[in-house]
Design a protein around this ligand. Structure first.
Ligand SMILES: [Zn+2]
Length: 496
């Protein structure tokens, strides 16, 4: 008889340096589905649940829907919102009847008020409601800050292997296969976690580039050695002031010594190369000058500190101010500024906009900048992603206005636009390929689309809650000196 598998998840990458709290509405605005609607929402998508659904068909697992709640990375989750999601998940589990196993889709860098290790806390809450011995498999994002409590919370865990992330479906399927193995045998893998006091910024975590590509290749080789169930490296989310910050190597296998040796080997490899994770930042003025001087475009100016996908407000103005100052031509920048959009909407297309834009959500991403120009577009914008990254995801940017200020095109949006592709630009009539300069508020995710046609890229040393220069932040929760926040961090492999 088909085993009954409960599937549920809470997904949030929490930037504890970001202002404001993340409420329930942020989950409902981005991704929320429960009960049968869960399958309708994720069927045929490259997501953990989409992948688990595909594998469940092949493996003859009967998936019983819980919920999936995902919010765009942002500040600490409000206590009431977090508790509502956990309670709702537990209610759905209670209503599900007898359950043979559980699949849980997490981020691994989720922090709620009163629950600094929210992912581990969620696993424990589910566990408490299940009969002893019910197998649980969890997935986590490549940016997870893994902890002992998180690893203890499930019988096996599977992390994304790619950044930009494009293997969510495969990892969801892998989790379902591991669960299937445990459903039909009493075996459980030994889980070995090695944590490093090392927190590289996201922009140097790309899995297709050095130094990470070779380390991931080594991990995949070792994963194919006998007796290993699964291995993952979570490169961590550094914009979280939590005790469990940093890179985690997780290896799961039949033999504890063999599994430990592999985990130690991988952790040692990463630790020895920590100095190679260089952010290579260029100052704002120089970055804009170089982009203007480049013989051909588009040149991508990466505003990593205002990473819309990392919890930043996406209204940072430091690059815009410089583009205007240096009279850049054929440059485009997107800012999330609901006030400015409303003002433009009131004026209408063809009118002249004159007002302050950006820099309104906090005082960390540059002050509001005066902008004067013609309103060349104004509409409500909704679309579905066509690129390979988060394919099929439905996006609502709210009201959007485009202001042409001499050579600088400023796209103002009500909701944050994450540059996983150029679909948001196209939706407002802007042809990305035809630009000389494109500003992206992103760390790595922009590469999935824009690198295919960009003629150059410059990582800019801008201020903000996702700054690559981690020494801009004050950490109070770290339990040990962590590189590169501190130079004098120390780590030794357990077997060394
Ligand atoms: Zn991630």
């Amino acid at each position: 008889m088909a085993k009954r598998v409960f599937i549920t998840g809470i997904w949030h990458e929490t930037n504890t340096f970001a202002k404001g709290r993340t409420g329930l509405e942020a989950f409902h605005a981005y991704q929320y589905a429960e009960g049968d609607a869960l399958f309708a929402a994720f069927a045929d998508t490259n997501t953990e649940i989409g992948g688990a659904m595909r594998a469940a068909l092949e493996l003859d697992l009967n998936l019983i829907p819980g919920l999936f709640a995902g919010a765009i990375p942002s500040g600490l989750i409000a206590a009431a919102a977090y508790q509502t999601l956990v309670r709702r998940s537990l209610d759905l589990l209670a209503a599900a009847g007898p359950i043979d196993g559980v699949l849980i889709h997490l981020h691994g860098a989720c922090v709620a008020e009163g629950a600094p290790e929210a992912d581990a806390d969620f696993l424990a809450a589910i566990r408490r409601q299940l009969p002893n011995g019910t197998p649980m498999v969890a997935t986590f994002d490549l940016h997870a800050n893994l902890s002992d409590a998180l690893i203890a919370g499930a019988d096996a865990l599977v992390g994304y292997d790619t950044y930009p992330h494009n293997d969510m479906g495969d990892r969801g399927a892998e989790a379902a296969r591991l669960l299937h193995r445990m459903l039909w045998s009493a075996r459980r893998p030994a889980k070995i976690l090695r944590k490093l006091p090392f927190a590289p910024p996201p922009q140097v975590q790309g899995t297709a580039a050095a130094p990470v590509a070779a380390i991931m290749a080594k991990m995949h080789d070792m994963e194919n050695w006998g007796e290993i169930w699964s291995a993952s490296i979570a490169w961590g989310f550094p914009y979280a002031d939590v005790a469990h910050l940093g890179v985690g190597v997780l290896v799961q296998g039949d033999d504890i010594d063999h599994t430990s040796r592999i985990a130690d080997d991988l952790a040692t490899t990463i630790w020895r190369q920590r100095g190679d994770f260089d952010a290579g930042l260029v100052g704002v003025e120089e970055a804009v000058r170089s982009a203007i001087a480049a013989p051909e475009g588009p040149i991508i100016l990466v505003d990593v500190a205002d990473n819309a996908g990392g919890g930043a407000p996406a209204d940072g103005t430091s690059i815009l101010a410089e583009l205007l100052d240096q009279s850049a031509r054929n440059a485009v920048i997107v800012l999330c500024d609901g006030q400015a959009v409303a003002a433009a909407k009131a004026l209408g297309v063809d009118a002249i906009f004159s007002g302050m834009v950006g820099g309104k959500s906090d005082d960390l991403h540059g002050p509001p900048v005066p902008l004067v120009g013609e309103i060349i577009f104004q509409q409500r914008v909704r679309y579905q992603r066509r690129g390979d990254y988060m394919t099929g995801q439905r996006i609502d940017l709210g009201e959007v206005a485009v202001v042409q200020a001499d050579g600088v095109t400023v796209m103002l949006t009500e909701a944050k636009a994450m540059p996983f592709d150029a679909d948001h630009l196209a939706a407002a009539g802007i042809v990305a390929e035809a630009q000389k300069i494109i500003v992206v508020k992103s760390a790595i995710a922009w590469q999935a689309h824009f690198r295919a046609f960009a003629k150059g890229e410059i990582y800019v040393d801008t201020p903000g809650v996702c700054a690559s220069n981690l020494r801009r932040f004050t950490y109070t929760q770290l339990t040990q000196a962590t590189y590169p926040i501190d130079d004098d961090s120390i780590w030794r492999a357990n077997n060394a």
